[in-house]
Design a protein around this ligand. Structure first.
Ligand code: 4AD
Ligand code: MG
Length: 430
């Protein structure tokens, strides 16, 4: 008897196999119990016939609670009514643990109840499908970076200073000092790019976001490529290639999960290159024409992003925002000194900004001035300024928020469902 996974069952027709999993659902009719066995790779119906197993076991099956852990021995047979085309005729069944009454039942639960039980909710089909797509996206990102010759360089989590807005720093005691949880690995990737040329980091980042939007978490994952001898155009080209690579991979390998999530994949199939590129000026003009009250000089709000992106089928780049609303490290545009050589990539269908990045300030004096005007501590950035002292070159990169991409590709409205254990202002449990 071979130990197999539900996902491989098609290769075992007529054979005797062993499956290990948990009871997902059950229905009985007189001489038969139909047990839905879930093993992580899929769900299969296991049919227990009264005459085939010991009387005591048949009796136990009748009151087995959902999520009891089971090892099933049986024969695989074709079953046209099964969604996977097969079922298992049970010869022997071992109850590893009879579960206590399971809190998540097939009835509808509120999202807050489900989030309180996230450790169990993960076992349901929808979170399972989202996690598989998330895993595929992470893998696709790494594969893409590999094909382009990038070196993975892990950035630290404890940092001495801010990279993005100081208002969203998480502070923690660090012996006699203070450390901050990283908001972005970018500054370290700039150092690594000067060492290795093309690098990236991929890890958790933290922001004390007090906003309760459907796009913000306090802990989220970012992939951040950084390239030496690269400008804003180069960063946009890489971002476009990466997004298309990830999108194609998910459409190619995760159809089943997208179907389970009832994702309208025609919307994803319509995405094509080149992604439209709008300057900030053009974006503001368009938004004004669409009825937004945005004033030149302010950042695009979430609603503006949704409105603007809804005009297009593919994600859109908005580039050259006013420097005043962007981070200190952005290089100013020589053509118009009020602007930064930066870009955001906005996803269609209301999923908002999925990528932020651009070209970095590479001039020592300008950067020193920027750090001063942003009222950032000079000492903490002294190592960063060194990068402009020893062989400074044009360089650029970006950060892509994994949860936003998962939300977009899965068609999930709120990012809280796109990460295994979401962290938000009001949620630290489980
Ligand atoms: O635009 P952001 O703030 O850019 C940076 O952090 C740069 N230092 C990255 C770089 O150039 N290396 O963040 C990048 C992306 C956003 O576009 C968004 O997708 C995601 O990170 N993001 C968040 N995702 C979930 N919750 C939050 N609170 C997020 N903040 C940013
Ligand atoms: Mg941003």
């Amino acid at each position: 008897m071979e130990l197999i996974q539900v996902s491989d069952i098609g290769r075992y027709e007529g054979r005797e196999v062993v499956l290990r999993g948990w009871l997902y659902n059950k229905r009985s009719s007189g001489k038969l119990h139909f047990l839905q066995l879930r093993d992580g790779s899929g769900v299969v119906q296991c049919v227990v016939f009264k005459g085939d197993v010991e009387a005591e076991l048949f009796e136990q099956c009748d009151h087995l609670p959902q999520e009891s852990s089971l090892v099933v021995h049986g024969q695989v047979r074709q079953e046209s009514r099964s969604p996977i085309g097969y079922e298992v005729g049970v010869q022997h069944l071992e109850v590893v643990q009879e579960a206590e009454p399971y809190p998540i039942t097939p009835k509808e639960h509120g999202v807050s109840f489900l989030l309180d039980h996230r450790h169990l909710w993960l076992r349901s089909s929808r979170p399972g499908a989202i996690l598989k797509i998330r895993s595929e996206i992470g893998k696709a990102c790494r594969d893409f970076m590999e094909t382009r010759g990038f070196v993975l360089v892990d950035a630290p989590i404890f940092t001495p200073a801010a990279c993005e807005e100081t208002s969203t720093l998480f502070e923690t005691a660090y012996f006699d000092d203070t450390a901050y949880l990283t908001q972005s690995g970018q500054l370290y990737m700039e150092a690594a790019a000067m060492a290795l040329g093309k690098v990236y980091c991929f890890g958790p980042t933290f922001r004390a976001e007090k906003s309760k939007t459907r796009r913000h978490l306090t802990e989220f994952w970012m992939i951040e490529p950084e390239m030496a001898y690269c400008d804003l155009e180069g960063a946009m080209a890489l971002a476009e290639d990466m997004v298309l690579y990830v999108l194609d991979r998910v459409l190619d390998r995760r159809r089943e999960e997208l179907k389970l999530l009832e994702r309208d994949t025609t919307k994803l199939e319509q995405v094509s290159r080149p992604f439209p590129r709008l300057t900030y000026d053009e974006a503001v003009e368009r938004l004004t024409a669409l009825g937004s009250d945005i004033a030149w000089g302010s950042d695009l709000g979430g609603d503006d992003e949704t409105l603007l992106a809804s005009q297009f089928e593919s994600p859109i780049f908005v580039h050259r925002y006013p420097s005043a609303v962007k981070a200190f490290y952005m290089k100013e545009d020589a053509q118009d000194r009020r602007l930064a050589l930066c870009m955001d990539l906005l996803a269609p269908e209301g999923y908002g900004e999925i990528i932020g990045g651009g070209q970095r300030e590479d001039n020592l004096a300008v950067l020193q001035h920027k750090i001063a005007t942003h009222q950032l501590p000079q000492e903490a950035f002294s190592w960063y300024l060194d990068l402009r002292r020893y062989g400074s070159v044009e360089h650029a990169g970006f950060g892509m928020g994994i949860e936003r991409v998962v939300a977009w590709l899965c068609g999930v409205k709120h990012v809280r469902e796109t990460i295994p254990f979401p962290r938000m202002m009001q949620r630290l449990y489980p």
